[in-house]
Design a protein around this ligand. Structure first.
Ligand code: GLU
Length: 390
């Protein structure tokens, strides 16, 4: 299959293995999810008919802590995609040094075609199918593509009803009223903005934000907040797009055209496999900040690197979301809540430190920034597995 996401995720692990002291058995282990669960969710639709929706949960690795990862509602969700996303969650949490493993879930559905009632029944059915493998110290879900705070609220309610006790820390991205964290909604975009600021202090691009041009593909929650923070700091957002198409300096463009614009920074913030070996030679941006998960394929990575284009990886750039999810979980566990300023100051500290750690390896080892992050992240997971005797 062309650009099979899980094959790409496995290739990335093979690539990093060369830089780490990993034996064959451990390598095989960190290329395979611990457990993949599947279910057919049978939902009574508003018209009285029953429809079946395919659902998945992949728990990839929990050497560093409870599994952590969102639930995606999208028509293109597949087992391979969920497995890849669960691997990337493992490396993401490890890159920024938060005490979690990685997981991911999904339902094959276009939620825009459902009524609110159907969406609620589907969300609750997901939790009923998998609740035995969820929990604050087992596996902690969260929002992902097309899933919202309201969906998290239905899901936590279903869980608490099934287990018979309150456990807000079993899920993150909840509404504030239910123990969500201040600043979680903006967190992924804000984390990416902090990376942009760190990058600007190192790069060969313009020194001032107002001289820096940026194109953003995808204005979901992540892209939207990235743009808001970047605009406020004076950066020039010259192009944006959604799933239907976009705009460049007032003119209509396609998503493919957006990727090939002559800008300083390209920000893919939609879905995986956007920059592939087919278009990598045509990218004109000097820097890429990956805000989507898996937007650049391993083949494209190599082409970009040879062309001198610096692509900062998803596991670093979009880790702001899961980092504030971690803060939400910490606050739930202690039952004591922080203000937005405190949350964002803590987020900035983690994003700045993680950028510095990845950048140092990138400079020292002369590898791609992704490889630098993976050397750090996979190395930490392997070390934890050794200590655990796995
Ligand atoms: N779905 C988001 C991600 O891919 C957030 C996950 C979380 O907060 O656990 O990073």
């Amino acid at each position: 299959m062309l650009n099979d996401p899980f094959e790409n995720a496995r290739k990335q692990i093979d690539n990093v293995a060369k830089y780490l002291d990993i034996d064959k058995k451990t390598l095989a282990k960190i290329k395979t999810p611990d457990r993949v669960l599947k279910a057919d969710l049978k939902i009574k639709m508003d018209n009285g008919k029953t429809r079946i929706f395919k659902a998945f949960r992949s728990q990839f690795n929990n050497a560093k802590g409870p599994y952590k990862g969102g639930i995606r509602f999208h028509q293109n969700v597949s087992e391979s995609e969920v497995k890849a996303l669960s691997a990337w969650m493992t490396w993401k949490c490890s890159t920024v040094g938060i005490p979690y493993g990685g997981s991911k879930g999904g339902i094959v559905v276009d939620p825009k075609t459902l009524s609110t009632g159907e969406l609620e029944r589907l969300s609750r059915a997901y939790m009923r199918a998998f609740y035995q493998v969820f929990g604050a110290w087992i596996d902690v879900p969260a929002p992902d593509v097309n899933t919202t705070g309201q969906i998290m609220a239905w899901v936590v309610d279903e869980y608490q009803t099934l287990v018979g006790h309150q456990e807000p820390a079993m899920i993150t991205g909840k509404p504030l009223e239910l123990g969500g964290s201040q600043g979680r909604t903006e967190a992924t975009g804000l984390g990416g903005f902090y990376i942009l600021e760190s990058l600007r202090r190192k790069w060969k691009g313009p020194t001032l934000p107002k001289k820096t041009t940026i194109a953003v593909q995808g204005v979901g929650n992540v892209g939207y907040w990235f743009i808001e923070f970047a605009k406020k700091a004076g950066y020039q957002i010259v192009a944006w797009s959604n799933s239907k198409g976009g705009e460049y300096k007032g003119k209509k463009i396609t998503n493919d055209q957006l990727l090939e614009l002559p800008v300083d920074v390209l920000v893919p913030a939609a879905l995986e496999n956007m920059i592939t070996k087919e278009n990598a030679a045509k990218i004109k941006a000097k820097y890429i900040i990956e805000m989507a998960n898996g937007p650049v394929t391993p083949e494209a990575d190599e082409i970009l690197f040879k062309r001198g284009i610096v692509s900062l990886p998803d596991v670093l750039c979009n880790a702001g979301g899961v980092t504030v999810s971690y803060f939400e979980w910490v606050q739930n566990n202690m039952g004591y809540y922080w203000g937005k300023e405190e949350v964002w100051a803590k987020l900035k500290k983690i994003m700045d430190r993680s950028f510095a750690e990845v950048w140092a390896i990138y400079q020292e080892k002369k590898v791609t920034p992704r490889m630098a992050a993976y050397i750090l992240a996979v190395g930490r997971v392997v070390q934890a597995m050794k200590l655990l005797g796995r």
